[in-house]
Design a protein around this ligand. Structure first.
Ligand SMILES: O=C(O)CCC(=O)C(=O)O
Ligand SMILES: [Fe+2]
Length: 198
């Protein structure tokens, strides 16, 4: 059977206070979240394969998240069994998923500018209100099958205040979110981070 890519899922990543503060901040910025895009052949476009809303600037939390991840780069490289590399910039975006949001199977290594450094590790910090108001929205990591091997996958639940890390080259998808009629504050929120090669 094809082997799964290593991944790390860390619960209670930030303090409860900071977690609640970031979620409240996202709700306050509701109108600044814009339709998410994908890059296909270097061109930015809106696509049915990625349905969500994205916020690019979210200081001071952007820096707070980047710093807490940077401290853990050696542990992530170790845990994901990757070869050591010099970590450079940590790219980030804040994404919000409502009813019928999804992100079909893809890899994160595609870069949209020639000058951009490659993404090595994908890290996602999840937030949602308690009790959780949506269903679905699991992150599914697929195996790559060689020859006759059967493809399989693992589903990871986007639990509030948890951090998921996996190699950016692993195929993955966000399963459809089912949440008819929910308020913006009850959506599935994720802060995507990519650790780039220096
Ligand atoms: O939200 C997630 O679980 C992952 C999102 C993702 O794969 C991406 O934005 O590239
Ligand atoms: Fe992704």
């Amino acid at each position: 059977m094809a082997r799964l890519f290593p991944y790390m899922h860390i619960h209670d990543f930030l303090s409860d206070e900071l977690n609640a503060e970031i979620l409240a901040y996202a709700v306050k910025r509701q109108l600044d979240f814009k339709q998410s895009v994908i890059y296909s052949g270097g061109i930015k476009k809106i696509s049915e394969s990625r349905i969500s809303l994205t916020l690019k600037n979210f200081e001071p939390y952007k820096t707070i998240i980047q710093e807490s991840i940077r401290k853990r780069v050696p542990a992530l490289v170790d845990g994901l069994k990757l070869s050591k590399f010099n970590a450079g910039e940590i790219e980030t975006e804040f994404v919000s998923y409502g009813d019928r949001s999804l992100f079909k199977s893809h890899i994160d290594t595609a870069v949209h500018k020639k000058t951009e450094k490659p993404r090595v590790i994908s890290v996602v910090y999840y937030l949602h209100s308690i009790p959780k108001k949506f269903e679905g929205g699991n992150l599914r990591i697929h195996t790559i099958s060689i020859g006759e091997e059967k493809e399989h996958s693992i589903d990871i639940s986007p639990d509030n205040n948890s951090l998921l890390a996996f190699p950016s080259f692993a195929p993955h998808e966000v399963r459809p979110v089912i949440a008819p009629g929910i308020d913006f504050k009850d959506r599935r929120f994720a802060i995507n981070c990519w650790i780039l090669k220096a």
